[in-house]
Design a protein around this ligand. Structure first.
Ligand code: NDP
Length: 295
């Protein structure tokens, strides 16, 4: 089928990579950016720069946003609401689930449909086989544009709740950022003790690589969190809690920041207080989870 027109608003590193991917697939692409010069190279490559956000929205049924946050969406689309009716807006910007739900209502009240997304790759990964993108919101609108969106990364549709895409994006970055802080903290401990980070960090990478085995025993990862059963005696909450206390103690002895080890120790202390001492480390989930989870 003929590649359909796409409008892309927001030409940071992500938006630029998306425009190039769409152009390469033969889509006519209209762009708009608050700082117009960021469109220069893309125009040379075949994109059309719209003079205003309203003109950009008018140019295509599919309007993709790649902005810093959802506040920027209101700044851009606010003056363009007259052009919004009937459009499908796919917002791939980051924000909280509640903010994205409110935005879905705002867009719907203006006669358009909002599909929310969370892109699980940095800019160089856009359009590669490794990239995937969480989507949520009205399924019919998502399906209508799925083939085009699939060019950016493999789509993973989560459901009608517009808050889900950013929630799962943030859950993934929760894993990612926590691991990065862990490596930085560990390197600081090593350095404070006279071991250069260039010597220690390669060993930390080996630990990161072996971490999945702690979580995935080859059956169904996540089962213990779902069932609340935490069998296992090799890494009990008691043993891991003692270790967490030693990491905090080492941090104090060496003058390294204690925020992260304190937070981790508190998970184990509260799990022990709740009677999970003989359970697997995974019992910390019981003191971390929401009191009234949705599932
Ligand atoms: P940038 O911060 O580089 O780009 C942000 C874009 O938003 C720019 O085009 C900027 O315009 C525009 N913008 C910001 N505020 C406003 C405003 N008030 N009004 C109009 N335009 C505004 O972001 P990235 O390209 O890196 O990322 C875009 C989104 O993708 C973010 O939500 C980010 O969290 C997410 N993301 C980023 C990844 C990455 O690796 N970079 C990976 C996955 C997701 P201007 O050029 O004028 O400043």
């Amino acid at each position: 089928s003929t590649p359909t027109p796409v409008t892309l608003v927001g030409l940071g590193p992500m938006g630029q990579a998306m425009v190039r991917t769409l152009l390469a697939a033969g889509h006519p692409v209209t762009v708009w950016n608050r700082t117009p010069s960021r469109a220069d190279a893309l125009v040379a490559e075949g994109a059309v720069l719209a003079a205003t956000p309203a003109a950009a929205v008018a140019a295509s049924d599919l309007v993709v946003l790649s902005l810093t946050d959802y506040a920027a969406m209101y700044d851009v689309l606010g003056p363009a609401v007259a052009a919004l009716r009937g459009r499908t807006v796919v917002n791939l910007s980051s924000d909280t689930p509640g903010t994205t739900r409110a935005a879905a209502r705002w867009v719907a009240e203006r006669g358009a449909t909002l599909v929310t997304g969370g892109v699980m790759t940095p800019a160089p990964g856009v359009g590669t086989a490794d990239a995937y993108v969480y989507y949520s919101g009205p399924e019919a609108a998502f399906r209508e544009h799925e083939a085009t969106l699939a060019l950016l990364g493999a789509p993973r549709y989560l459901g009608e709740d517009p808050g889900l895409a950013q929630l799962l994006y943030q859950a993934q970055l929760d894993v990612f950022l926590t691991a990065l802080s862990g490596v930085a903290h560990a390197a600081a401990l090593a350095q404070a003790a006279g071991v250069p980070p260039t010597r220690f960090v390669p060993e930390a990478l080996a630990t990161l690589a072996s971490t999945p085995a702690m979580i995935d025993d080859g059956t169904a990862p996540g089962t213990e969190f779902e069932t609340g059963e935490h069998p296992g005696h090799l890494s009990t909450a008691t043993m891991m809690g003692a270790t967490a206390a030693h990491i905090l103690g080492a941090s104090e002895e060496l003058g390294v920041d204690t925020g992260l080890p304190r937070a981790i120790l508190s998970h184990y202390e509260r799990a022990l207080a709740a009677g999970h001492g003989r359970d697997n480390w995974s019992a910390i989930f019981e003191v971390i989870k929401a009191r009234t989870p949705a599932v």
